[in-house]
Design a protein around this ligand. Structure first.
Ligand code: NAD
Length: 500
């Protein structure tokens, strides 16, 4: 049965009048499973207006009431995480256990936001001058917008809205049009948790909806996660319109394998971080930078593991890895295997011939785990963010050459070093120009109470997502200097009290 996904505005579904719609696919079968309405300026204006109207009441809602709604929301998402995971898997393609993992990681941000009373405490200085006190208060911005990518349809929005809403803002989410259903289900759960209508809204669509959000005067801040060219576009245009903006972009994550590394640990890490979620993770390992002395052995161990990986539909319990999100994306990712070989790399593992589970898989968007060896920095498979299950191995003489490679790359999202040498690892964490660093940990996604964000072309703006940087992004500080002159007529007569 074909589904139809529409917007969520002011606490209920909102069909709108826009003529444009997009198809939703099941990537495992290649078939269209539904359609999604695309918002035009009228639908975006309705969502922003709902959020604007809800803001005064929500900003004045007590911290304890806000927190109790957040706790209920957390419980509801937790209770429905299996259902959410299946929704995500059916539209994105990732295996259900992986989708459940993304819901769990998103929930950690909601849990962090449950502590908002503590996080919103300002400072207080008594008697900065005689009889004068000074203090600071953190206030919400108003309507804020989130624009999110296809690869984590629950987790990435949850990097944003639990903190934004806990801080007293109202929110308009524009999720990816490729897998829009999770956002709407989350909106229903917010309502069930008791969130007032209009505090959380969802509009679907593409550039037209995004541009309308960037133009809307009532939108005070924009959080974006997606590819680098669009992140730059969002950053420049939101800033031009006077909005606060954080725009997280693409990545090319390097994993260094030094000569003394535990090669079994490194091979396990390369396989899970390179091929998990079909490599469609902004923290996926894409480039394995291996010391020449261990590269052959490492590749052999990766090959052994890849032979046992089961590629198949996300809802098949046997599958370790699902399909890619669209046919066009699968074709583009596969094209790097050809261009890599053409430019001089060796195709050590060809994912195009990896077996696929399931009887209904013929038209699915499949590409099995692949590995290009002898890759060099000028090859397009190294320069571009592939965003698929393709590992590129670059062979280097040692630590200094590896570090130079990572630091010369325009992206700076995540990186990892595999070594048994604590001093080498410590040097790496100090010298590498990347926002998130793993030491013998391949995907170093920060916990919710730290902040997520890269450096260089992986982030435009100066605030990372969630954690205390998230609270900072979604609030502005007011500094108050206060004097209450003692006029003598007060209820408490301090002069009389002093005289005894
Ligand atoms: P994308 O940039 O194509 O789309 C992201 C969002 O922008 C979507 O909501 C989309 O509808 C919208 N959009 C697309 N084209 C637009 C345009 N021309 N104008 C205005 N809006 C537009 O990204 P994607 O393909 O959905 O996601 C994959 C990308 O996201 C990868 O590059 C990945 O590295 C990146 N990503 C980064 C992080 C991070 O934390 N840095 C996290 C997840 C994904």
């Amino acid at each position: 049965m074909s589904k139809h996904v529409t917007h969520w505005i002011a606490g209920k579904p909102f069909a709108g009048t826009a003529a444009r719609r997009g198809d939703i696919h099941n990537p495992a079968t290649g078939r269209v499973s539904g359609t999604v309405d695309f918002a035009g300026t009228a639908e975006v204006a309705a969502a922003v207006e709902a959020a604007r109207a809800a803001f005064p009441g929500w900003r004045d809602t007590s911290l304890s009431k806000r927190t109790s709604i957040l706790f209920r929301f957390r419980e509801l998402v937790h209770a429905h995480s299996g259902e959410l995971a299946r929704l995500i898997s059916a539209e994105h393609g990732k295996v259900v256990s992986d989708a459940a993992g993304e819901v769990a990681r998103g929930l950690e941000v909601a849990e962090f936001a449950c502590g908002i009373p503590h996080l919103l405490k300002g400072g207080f200085s008594e008697n900065v001058s005689t009889g004068v006190d000074a203090y600071s208060i953190l206030q919400p911005l108003g309507v804020v917008a989130g624009i999110t990518p296809f690869n984590f349809p629950a987790m990435v929005p949850m990097w944003m809205f639990p903190v934004a809403i806990a801080c007293g803002n109202t929110f308009v989410l524009k999720p990816s049009e490729k897998d829009p259903s999770a956002a709407v289900r989350i909106a229903e759960l917010w309502s069930e948790a008791g969130l007032p209508d209009g505090v959380f809204n969802v509009v679907h669509g593409d550039k037209e909806a995004v541009d309308a959000l960037l133009e809307a005067p009532d939108v005070k801040a924009v959080s974006f996660v997606g590819s680098t060219p669009i992140a730059r576009y969002i950053y420049e245009n939101a800033a031009r319109n006077g909005k606060r903006v954080q725009a997280l972009g693409g990545a090319k994550n390097h994993m260094l394998v030094l000569p003394d590394a535990d090669l079994d640990l490194a091979a396990d890490a390369a396989v899970s971080a390179g091929f998990g979620s079909a490599g469609e993770r902004c923290m996926a390992i894409s480039a394995v930078v291996a010391a020449e002395s261990v590269a052959d052995e490492l590749i052999d161990r990766i090959k052994d593991r890849v032979a046992g990986l089961r590629v198949g539909p996300g809802d098949d319990d046997r599958s370790d890895m699902g399909p890619l999100v669209t046919r066009a994306h699968r074709d583009k990712v596969a094209s790097y295997l050809e261009s890599g070989v053409h430019e001089g790399a060796t195709l050590a593992i060809d994912g195009r011939v990896h077996p696929v589970l399931g009887d209904d898989a013929a038209e699915g968007f499949w590409l099995g785990p692949s590995l290009l060896d002898h890759v060099t920095p000028e090859m397009s498979c190294y320069r571009d963010e592939i965003f698929g299950p393709v590992l590129s191995v670059l062979r280097v003489s040692g630590y200094d050459a590896a570090l130079e490679l990572v630091n010369a790359n325009p992206y700076g999202n995540g990186t990892a070093v595999f070594t048994r040498d604590g001093a080498a690892a410590r040097r790496f964490q100090n010298e590498v120009e990347v926002g998130m660093v793993g030491i013998n940990v391949p995907i170093p996604v920060p916990m919710a109470y730290y902040s997520f964000g890269g450096w260089k072309q992986s982030l435009f703006g100066d605030s990372h997502a969630h954690g205390t940087e998230g609270v900072h992004f979604y609030t502005r500080t007011k500094a108050v200097t206060s004097r209450w002159p003692d006029t003598g007529g007060a209820a408490v007569d301090r002069r009389a009290a002093a005289a005894g």
